[in-house]
Design a protein around this ligand. Structure first.
Ligand code: CAA
Length: 278
């Protein structure tokens, strides 16, 4: 089965790596050649780590050899599954999905890695909405076990079953949820991240102490502000905006501090500075 992934950022490159690690012939496409280069470097770094620990049953070179890196939608040809992992912006996804849909043959499943945009809405941009589904991976995709499969209003049972089966083949645990803002993962996570940022804004604690409280007191692998930097503060901001708009609930309202950090380019690990300096 040939798989294509659109978008070579942290998630897209990680998702392409996950497919290749399970032996899928994979194409990673990003219209920006620089992004493709960066995505390839991410995969090389991650494979080197996993190989060092003996947790891949092939060599990094062989896995890398299964991935074609491209900047052209022509390379979608022959794909039976396409996973869209572009920016969390409706206009960007709309444009990409329409292009993908007109470049693949009938019967191709298109999955979106969106973290918050409605799958039913995104499905209206493709020719075969019954073959469209949410396939939400978690950062870092090679490590995190979950795939949150999101059932759109017109997703067929066949598509749902196929994506559950593929997720298991990837060594992941699927959960199937219905199309509701933020699905389950971000609906639950975002208010926690928001409260941590508000605690900082209100001077209740320092960045380090807020993180320490949650990490050691609640036994989370990372403190919430470290997690914001890890996900990307721009991504967190975009997700909160969608949830706030959809629910109208102030628990999702993006804090002004987060907004100002995004405007200032303090996006977290990827930009070298967020709540912490890297
Ligand atoms: N590729 C390969 N290996 C990786 C890796 C990657 N990209 N990232 C981390 N690792 C490995 C490390 O090599 C390390 O391996 P060992 O334990 O065998 O040495 C292991 O993972 C742990 O890494 P670290 O020691 O560097 O750090 P850590 O113990 O803090 O673990 C973590 C890192 C797995 C990311 C852990 O901190 C964690 O689980 N954090 C929470 C992550 C999380 O919540 N992700 C979901 C975010 S939400 C999302 O993605 C969805 C959305 O819609 C926003």
């Amino acid at each position: 089965m040939k798989v294509s992934v659109i978008g070579a950022g942290t998630m897209g490159s990680g998702i392409a790596q996950v497919f290749a690690m399970s032996g899928y012939e994979t194409t990673l496409i990003d219209i920006f050649p620089e992004a493709v280069k960066k995505g390839k470097a991410n995969i090389e770094k991650s494979l080197a780590k996993l190989s060092e620990k003996g947790s891949i049953n092939s060599t990094p070179d062989k896995i890398l050899g299964l991935i074609k890196f491209s900047s052209s939608y022509d390379d979608l040809k022959g794909s039976q599954l396409v996973v869209e992992a572009a920016f969390e912006r409706l206009d960007v996804k709309k444009d990409i999905l329409a292009k993908v849909s007109s470049n693949v043959s009938s019967g191709t499943i298109i999955g979106s890695n969106t973290s918050s945009i409605s799958i039913s809405l995104l499905s209206s941009f493709v020719k075969e909405p019954e073959n469209f589904i949410g396939m939400h991976f978690f950062n870092p995709p090679p490590i995190m076990k979950l795939v949150e499969i999101v059932n759109g209003n017109r997703t067929s049972e066949m598509t749902r079953n196929k994506i559950s089966e593929i997720s298991r083949q990837l060594g992941k645990e699927p959960v199937i949820v219905n199309d509701y803002p933020g699905f389950v993962s971000n609906r639950v996570l975002m208010p926690m991240l928001r409260e941590a940022i508000v605690c900082l804004e209100e001077g209740i604690g320092s960045v380090e102490d807020i993180d320490k409280t949650i990490k050691l007191g609640l036994n989370h692998p990372m403190g919430p502000l470290t997690l914001c930097d890890f996900i990307g503060n721009d991504v967190v901001y975009d997700i909160m905006e969608v949830l706030f708009r959809e629910f109208g609930d102030p628990h999702y309202k993006p804090p002004v501090l987060l907004r100002n950090m995004v405007y200032a380019g303090k996006l977290g690990r990827k930009s070298g500075e967020g709540f912490y300096k890297y």
